[in-house]
Design a protein around this ligand. Structure first.
Ligand code: THU
Length: 136
């Protein structure tokens, strides 16, 4: 991947794995962590937060993006997602749509408990997306 420092990727991976330990996931027992790198070089993290009303669950990726917005930034360059799986899992459709709002050209790096990583662009995950230009 062009222009993104390997050390920064490893830092994002470390932070995604670390924040997954704070996941509130008593129902799925599937802790996920996400780390967003912004254009300014800052990192914002999030974990999944479930609820007894199951449909109110918010994924780690969206919580990381919302954390970024709350701190006054809006340009996503990379999202690293950690799932506790033997092979990497890509973000769900809702999270793809939310990432698209702030990082249509973002790189998504999915890491897991195994050695494999999945690296794709958001555009590959969400082709022909609905975005603000669709409202014009
Ligand atoms: N989850 C995430 O946080 N991110 C994903 O990319 C996939 C799913 C969460 C939602 C729920 O708390 C648990 O993982 C099982 O779906």
């Amino acid at each position: 991947m062009a222009n993104i420092d390997e050390k920064m990727i490893e830092k994002l991976v470390e932070q995604a794995m670390q924040i997954s330990r704070n996941a509130y996931c008593p129902y799925s027992k599937f802790p996920v962590g996400a780390a967003v790198l912004t254009e300014r070089g800052d990192i914002f993290t999030g974990c999944n937060v479930e609820n007894a009303s199951l449909g109110l669950t918010v994924c780690a990726e969206r919580n990381a993006v919302f954390h970024m917005i709350a701190e006054g930034q809006q340009q996503i360059v990379v999202v690293v997602v950690y799932t506790p799986t033997p092979t990497p899992s890509a973000p769900c459709g809702a999270c793809r749509q939310v990432i698209n709002e702030f990082g249509p050209a973002a790189q998504i790096i999915c890491v897991c408990d195994g050695p494999d990583r999945l690296q794709v662009s958001l555009a590959e995950l969400l082709p022909n997306s609905f975005d603000r230009s669709s409202l014009e």
